[in-house]
Design a protein around this ligand. Structure first.
Ligand code: HBI
Ligand code: FE
Length: 291
């Protein structure tokens, strides 16, 4: 499942959600009672097929989060239940939103440890592919890692970096690439091989296997500048994945780093192609998950 982080969300018209009841910060009530039995079945279908896969492919930190949340396999979760868990682990909370929201609002939520989760769920015809985020992508993909203190702190720092990026030409596009590659499509090295933690991968059956097993994509060591300069595909599996050694590595590279000089240096240049071969980075093609 992919979403366009640079979507022209300042005009929410054309997006699927109902924005008519949204507050100024774009939050809505989850209105859990209004999900139909069929919508819960769609959740259960997605959850069951994904949970077995991620037992094998997801990073241990993701699985710890999934267990801590104790989300129901058979029903769309109630956000208030997840919030009790998040409150005691990292102090984050979920807020319900109608779908994509404007960048500055999104950044503001993250910087205050609020993660926007879309309320609606995809239809049965869209189990495998969706352009906008829905509740399955947002909740199943993003929320587990918000129980991890280091990753949660990184997400807050990401939100805090938003206003400066928006004020610098080319900055927003560069910051959005950091989100794309390291929040949506990130891989991490573990003692038992490559594992998945990115939400866009975790919520996609096909890409969960592909990102770890396929010989096609390149897997490059995390490099902040390279990530922020690299173009991405929103309509297909990624050509390049960036691999972390640890969440501390990501946090360390971004926290207390002023991105402004990078925006000035690279913001006006065309992006690097999504499948551009590594320049000095170590390709990880040989690395596979080991059981
Ligand atoms: N809104 N609901 C929602 N979810 C997102 O992931 C999101 C968004 N608005 C903007 C956005 N992402 C991106 O543009 C930023 O990460 C750059
Ligand atoms: Fe997402």
């Amino acid at each position: 499942m992919v979403q366009p982080p640079s979507a022209p969300v300042n005009q929410p018209r054309g997006l699927r959600g109902d924005y008519s009841h949204a507050a100024e910060d774009y939050t809505v009530a989850q209105d859990w009672e209004r999900y139909s039995p069929d919508e819960h079945i769609i959740w259960a279908t997605l959850y069951r097929r994904q949970i077995d896969l991620i037992e094998r492919y997801a990073a241990p930190e993701v699985m710890a989060g999934v267990r801590a949340l104790g989300a129901s396999a058979s029903q769309i979760p109630r956000f208030e239940d997840a919030n009790r868990v998040l409150q005691t682990t990292t102090g984050w909370r979920i807020v319900a939103v109608p779908g994509l929201i404007p960048e500055h609002t999104f950044f503001d939520h993250l910087s205050h440890r609020r993660f926007p989760v879309t309320v609606w769920i995809r239809s049965r015809e869209e189990l495998d592919y969706l352009v906008e985020p829905d509740v399955f992508h947002d909740f199943f993909g993003h929320v587990p890692l918000l129980t991890n203190p280091i990753f949660a702190r990184f997400m807050q720092a990401y939100g805090e970096a938003g206003p400066k990026a928006m004020a610098t030409p080319g900055g927003l596009r560069m910051l959005a690439r950091l989100y794309w590659y390291m929040v949506e499509f990130g891989l991490i090295r573990t003692g038992s091989g490559l594992r998945v933690y990115g939400a866009g991968i975790l919520s996609s059956k096909g890409e969960t296997v592909y990102s770890v097993e396929s010989p096609e994509p390149q897997r490059l060591d995390f490099d902040l500048v390279r990530v922020m300069r690299t173009d991405y595909r929103i309509d297909d599996f990624q050509r390049t994945y960036f691999v972390l050694d640890s969440f501390e590595q990501l946090f360390g590279a971004c926290y207390n780093t002023d991105f402004a000089p990078m925006y000035r240096q690279y913001g006006a240049l065309p992006p690097l192609a999504a499948d551009r071969p590594p320049a000095g980075a170590t390709p990880q093609h040989q690395e596979r998950s080991r059981e």
